[in-house]
Each structure stands twice: as structure tokens, then as C-alpha cells.
Design a protein around this ligand. Structure first.
Ligand code: NI
Length: 254
């Protein structure tokens, strides 16, 4: 079983010269499936178009909290249409991000987040949650809405990880897990049952060691997988397989 990268962004903006080349080369590097994650309407459209062209690529559509402040008045309708497109398997990434001072107002982020959690319910789509520096408020919302989904690029404590798992959700780790200062992420990963872990790159960001700082792509996930395997006491191959099965269960009901 190959690699399932459950969270990547493949936009022309970040791969201006070689998007086709990178995507065409991934199969040979044992990448079997990718979810190309949308972060606003335009990016979601771009990721969905890729999914129509590449058999290994699936897509999600959603409004990232950093993009929540400048939405057209018909955004819900447009997002609803995107969610019906072929190969769209999730709603995301959505959530709260209070990291930057120039981020959209907290109540705007919260409103867009909650509206999307409600949109995911009827089609029973899994959601991809992005949460940074907003732990308490995110958890409060998740407790109330109990979505099916994943908290991606997990950056909170082991205690929060336990609660996310208790809510029935999955947790994804990027290359951050391999960083030298990743003690908190490692401790959280130790706490999470192996059948709830997902592997992701968040490409083009978060490249794992020894590629930290470079533009990442889905093939680099093996470094994250190796670290996760070490933490969970299994082989890298087993870890890739288990994470793949977890991702298939969540996003494809397999
Ligand atoms: Ni992302």
C-alpha cells in the first residue's frame, strides 16, 4: 500500500514552472492518493480541476479562517456547488487562526467556521480543521457540533489530542513532527491511538527534516512517516499502510 497524503495544496502560484512534472512524478515515488485541499473559493476550484485531471488526486473545498474576511455575498451557494463536484471528498480547510494580528476578526472567523460545519452535515462530508492559537474556542465549537473529520497539522497539547480523539476525530501531522523543537507534537502523537493518525505534508509548506524550509511535495511524507513510526514503535512501511487505511476510512468510507 502506498502513501496517502491527506492534506496538500497544489496551486499554480506555488508550482509555477513544474506543477505537472511534480504531480506526474509522484506515482513513481509511491504516492497513491492525495487530497488537494482548498482554502478559498478560487483555490478550491483550482484543486478540484486538478482532481479531474490526475487519478491519484482528490479534492476538498472550503474557506480557511485567514480567508474568511473578504467573502463574496454568495459564498455559501458557491461553496455548496463546489462540494457537489466529482472527487470532492471533504469540506475544508476550515477553523480558527488567531496567530496573525491582521487575521480576520474573531467573530467573523467563528461565523464562517460554524456555517461550514453546518454545511458539512447534510451531505455527511468529513471536515478538515485548521486551528492555530485558538485551542479553547475551537474545542468549544467542536464539542458542540461534533463533526466527523480531522484536526490537521496538530499543534496543541497531548491533553487536547485526547479530547479530539474522544470526539471521534482523527489527527494529522505534517513535517513539523520531525523538527528538533517538536517535543509537544511528539508527546501528542504518543497519546493518539495509531488507528486515528493521518499523514500529511501541507505542501508546499512544512517540509520535514532534512528538507526543512524547502518547498515540500507529497513524496517527502516518508520522512514524517519514519518519525511517526518511531514514535509508535512500528516500521515505516507499517505506519504508511496504517495511516493510509485510516485516511481511506475517514474520507472514503473504506
Ligand atoms: Ni493546509
Amino acid at each position: 500500500m502506498g502513501i496517502f497524503d491527506t492534506h496538500a495544496h497544489y496551486l499554480k502560484r506555488d508550482f509555477p514552472e513544474d506543477l505537472e512534472e511534480v504531480l506526474n512524478g509522484l506515482k513513481e515515488k509511491n504516492v497513491e492518493r492525495i487530497i488537494a485541499v482548498g482554502c478559498n473559493l478560487e483555490a478550491s476550484e483550482e484543486e478540484i480541476a486538478l482532481a479531474q485531471r490526475y487519478d491519484i488526486v482528490y479534492a476538498s473545498a472550503g474557506i480557511h479562517p485567514e480567508d474568511a474576511g473578504k467573502l463574496p455575498s454568495d459564498w455559501e451557494e458557491r461553496l455548496g456547488e463546489l462540494l457537489k463536484m466529482p472527487k470532492v471528498v471533504a469540506l475544508g480547510e476550515i477553523g480558527l487562526d488567531y496567530h496573525y494580528d491582521d487575521a480576520p476578526e474573531k467573530d467573523v472567523q467563528r461565523d464562517v467556521f460554524i456555517k461550514q460545519l453546518e454545511m458539512a452535515k447534510a451531505p455527511d462530508l468529513p471536515v478538515i480543521i485548521h486551528s492555530r492559537d485558538a485551542c479553547a474556542e475551537t474545542m468549544e465549537i467542536l464539542r458542540e457540533y461534533k463533526p466527523r473529520g480531522v484536526m490537521h497539522c496538530f499543534s496543541y497539547s497531548a491533553e487536547t489530542a485526547r479530547e479530539v480523539i474522544k470526539l471521534g476525530m482523527y489527527i494529522g501531522f505534517t513535517g513539523v513532527l520531525t523538527f528538533k523543537n517538536a517535543k509537544k507534537a511528539v508527546q501528542a502523537c504518543e497519546e493518539i491511538p495509531i488507528d486515528r493518525l493521518l499523514l500529511e505534508t501541507d505542501s508546499p509548506y512544512m517540509a520535514p527534516e532534512p528538507h526543512r524550509g524547502e518547498r515540500s511535495d507529497s513524496s517527502m511524507i516518508r520522512f514524517t512517516a519514519a518519525k511517526m513510526a518511531e514514535i509508535k514503535g512500528v516500521s515505516t512501511e507499517e505506519m504508511i499502510e496504517i495511516a493510509n487505511q485510516n485516511g481511506r476510512r475517514l474520507f472514503f468510507g473504506e
